[in-house]
Ligand binder design. Structure first.
Ligand code: NIG
Ligand code: FE
Length: 404
């Protein structure tokens, strides 16, 4: 609850600010005061909500999703069960490319409706600020369509939305064998995206068989020159050196980091790049190795957590389940996990000054949980523990159904 807007790094992530018998005063959608019930007792509140001893936290922040897409990929489950690797499914024209086909075929209005459905569900799980990437168009028209949908949601939905351009997500059939030609086409879109303010960040999938470190560097340098800050899908499957590249470019975050080298981890810490970890993806892809959160925290890095919500590698809107996985598979402590889904996640999408904390002058984005302490959420897995969600002081979800 301090005034510093930056991320909480390394061992500081284990110091959580908790008020026993806490109270929050809210006015005009903003936090007016925070303290104990005794401290705040003098307020002549028009309306009082008795939280009945339940846990109350900032709204969760979700820093990495592929929210806007057409179709779904349940037909690929059998391939996964037969052991066909994720990147092989992609090579055969499935995976991301299957969703590209569906997204191209889906109208803007239908994409908007479908994304709203997922967005409502995210809010019901306690998320009040989130990021959404494009990347299932891989052509001018469809990438623009996806970003327009994200921006329409930003304007119309209660959720605070941050849009990212991920045109460099895979190589489409029409550019097979010519990744550089494809990247040129995506790079040519950058000035228009900037001018129309369709995205705040530019991301790339730096991976074996997708884009190399060199191609990623080239592309992201163009993005930076156009005025974007950048993110990287780095070392998700193979340890290519995406983390090192993120550090050299001064990316706001490097995401996944399952295969990151010791040197890469050190460079992330030294260059204050936030490590956004997505343990749902390792879980869903059936991987035995996990991002080395303990080593990253030891090195002094700020770690954030995310669902990676997408139709292929992590099909869930439930960030609470990711908190369970972070405890079980990344060996993060509950204190670290809460920082990772609030203040650090907010900083990973440039919202450190607005979201991720309950502090005076900030939006009253608040969750009341069906739990009486913060250890409980990473412990009891697979269900929704949310009792009530407030966005800017307004009740937007209550157990039992959406309101408004
Ligand atoms: O973060 N790795 C690349 N992109 C997504 C998966 C997208 C998909 O499979 O549709 C990810 O894992
Ligand atoms: Fe992703």
């Amino acid at each position: 609850m301090d005034r510093d807007d930056g991320p909480v790094k390394g061992k500081d992530m284990s110091q959580l600010d908790v008020i026993a018998d806490g109270a929050i005063a809210v006015k005009d959608g903003q936090v007016l005061a925070v303290g104990t019930t005794t401290d705040l007792n003098y307020f002549q509140a028009k309306k009082r909500i008795d939280c009945k001893g339940k846990l109350v936290t900032p709204g969760l922040v979700e820093p990495h999703t592929h929210l806007v897409f057409g179709g779904s990929r349940e037909h690929e489950m059998a391939l996964k069960q037969q052991g066909v690797p994720y990147l092989d499914i992609l090579k055969q024209g499935g995976g991301i490319l299957s969703t590209v086909k569906s997204t191209r075929e889906t109208s803007e209005q239908d994409l908007f409706k479908k994304a709203t459905f997922h967005l409502d569900r995210m809010m019901s799980y306690g998320i009040t600020t989130m990021e959404a990437k494009s990347g299932y168009g891989l052509d001018y028209e469809t990438e623009m369509k996806q970003m327009r949908v994200a921006n329409r949601l930003k304007a119309s939905h209660k959720m605070d939305m941050v849009s990212t351009f991920l045109g460099a997500h895979a190589i489409p059939e029409e550019y097979k064998g010519d990744p550089d030609g494809f990247l040129d086409e995506m790079a040519a879109m950058l000035p228009e995206i900037k001018e129309k303010q369709l995205a705040e960040y530019v991301d790339i999938f730096c991976e074996t068989g997708v884009f190399s470190v060199e191609q990623s560097r080239n592309f992201l340098e163009k993005a930076k020159a156009t005025g974007f800050n950048v993110k990287i899908h780095a070392d998700e499957i193979d340890p290519l050196g995406g983390a090192e590249l993120a550090a050299k470019l001064g990316a706001i975050s490097a995401d996944h980091l399952v295969g990151t080298s010791d040197k890469g981890m050190k460079m992330l810490a030294e260059n204050s790049v936030i490590a956004t970890l997505l343990p749902g993806t390792s879980f869903y892809l059936g991987k035995e190795n996990h991002a080395r959160a303990r080593d990253m925290i030891e090195a002094g890095t700020a770690v954030a957590l995310s669902t990676d919500f997408n139709p292929g590698s992590s099909v869930t809107e439930n960030l609470q389940f990711i908190m369970n996985l972070a405890a079980l598979n990344l060996k993060m402590t509950p204190e670290e996990i809460w920082h990772a889904v609030t203040v650090n996640a907010a900083n990973a999408i440039g919202r450190g000054d607005q979201a991720g904390k309950i502090a005076v002058g900030r939006n009253a984005d608040i969750v009341i949980w069906d739990a009486d302490n913060y250890l409980y959420i990473p412990y009891h897995y697979g269900v929704n523990h949310v009792n009530t969600v407030f966005k800017s002081g307004e009740k937007v979800f209550e157990r039992g159904g959406l309101i408004g």
